[in-house]
Design a protein around this ligand. Structure first.
Ligand code: MLT
Length: 296
């Protein structure tokens, strides 16, 4: 049996798969090459970079399993795969702590101008007077989506002295979070952090931004498209939104240069899960699941 590791896998994860007698091929194909080559594999393992649409699933005549090292499976047409009897495996919680830490990192960056001073000091500027920040302590954080990552973000924010409110249509209680309605969250939060899966429509668009406090900070380490990028840019330009921390984009790699180069934006290139610890957990967990599915 042969598995295509398209976007990398930890050393330990690869060992688990090889020890089960499955051949690992580390190769990132272009979308066209993937269509041509997928027939040679029993399993494809991806992260965010590789998309697995219907066409790839149809071309994968030997595919038995599709796997994603990560929480979301929105880059895989998993519904279609299911109709063909091909399961999609993922690691729903393995990188949660890393994503939560990144959300908090963006909050700190915006509150203390780290995103700006990291750039301006390299140009020899000493803009001390321009960087009068705010404390996170005492501020209200609104968590939209109170699953594992939302809850871990809340725990960290509680530790920083923030008041944490949250909204989730499916979760009515969560430790360290005062659950409120969506509109109440939008009206009360100084920082809004999104922790929801990808959806058909943006969760935060112009209408929702209008309901927020003037000078609110918005953090998206969830999925590209859950925030309407054009609406966010307008709100940054009008200073309705004082700052945004963004890890995920409608298109990745993004070409929304106006947004990512906005002076009040702290940006990272979809690295929420990119820590040594998360990738070790993700790698071992997904490898065990792949072996069980192929050999079990
Ligand atoms: C996830 O869905 O957990 C992340 O997007 C994984 C990743 O960054 O590859």
């Amino acid at each position: 049996m042969k598995i295509l590791i398209s976007d990398g896998l930890s050393k330990k994860g690869q060992e688990i798969i090889e020890n089960a007698g499955i051949e690992c091929v580390n190769q990132h194909y272009s979308p066209e090459e993937l269509l041509e080559n997928i027939k040679d594999y029993d399993c494809i393992l991806v992260r965010s970079a590789t998309k697995v649409p219907k066409e790839v699933i149809d071309a994968g005549e030997n595919l038995k399993v599709i796997a994603r090292g990560g929480a979301g499976i929105d880059n895989i047409d998993h519904q279609y795969a299911k109709t063909k009897g091909i399961p999609t495996l993922n690691t729903p919680a393995a990188n949660s702590a890393s994503v939560a830490e990144l959300a908090v990192a963006h909050m700190f960056a915006l509150a203390r101008f780290l995103h700006k001073s990291n750039v301006t000091m390299r140009d020899g500027k000493w803009n001390k007077k321009e960087y009068k920040g705010i404390e996170l302590n005492g501020r209200t954080l609104g968590i939209v989506g109170c699953g594992k990552i939302g809850q871990l973000t809340a725990g960290r924010a509680n530790g920083l002295g923030m008041n944490v409110i949250g909204y989730d249509p499916f979760i009515k209680e969560a430790e360290g979070i005062e659950m409120v309605s969506f509109d109440e969250l939008l009206a009360k939060a100084d920082f809004v952090s999104l922790h929801v899966p990808k959806q058909a429509e943006p969760v935060i668009g112009a209408k929702e931004i209008a309901k927020m406090k003037d000078g609110v900070y918005l953090i998206n380490c969830a999925r590209g498209g859950v925030v309407d990028e054009a609406a966010l840019l307008d709100a940054l330009n009008s200073e309705k939104v004082a700052g945004a921390g963004i890890d995920v984009y409608v298109e990745e790699p993004t070409n929304n240069i106006e947004l990512v180069s906005h002076p009040n934006v702290s940006v990272t290139p979809h690295v929420g899960a990119s820590t040594t610890e998360a990738q070790e957990r993700v790698g071992s967990e997904i490898a065990e699941k792949i072996v069980a599915a192929l050999k079990g």
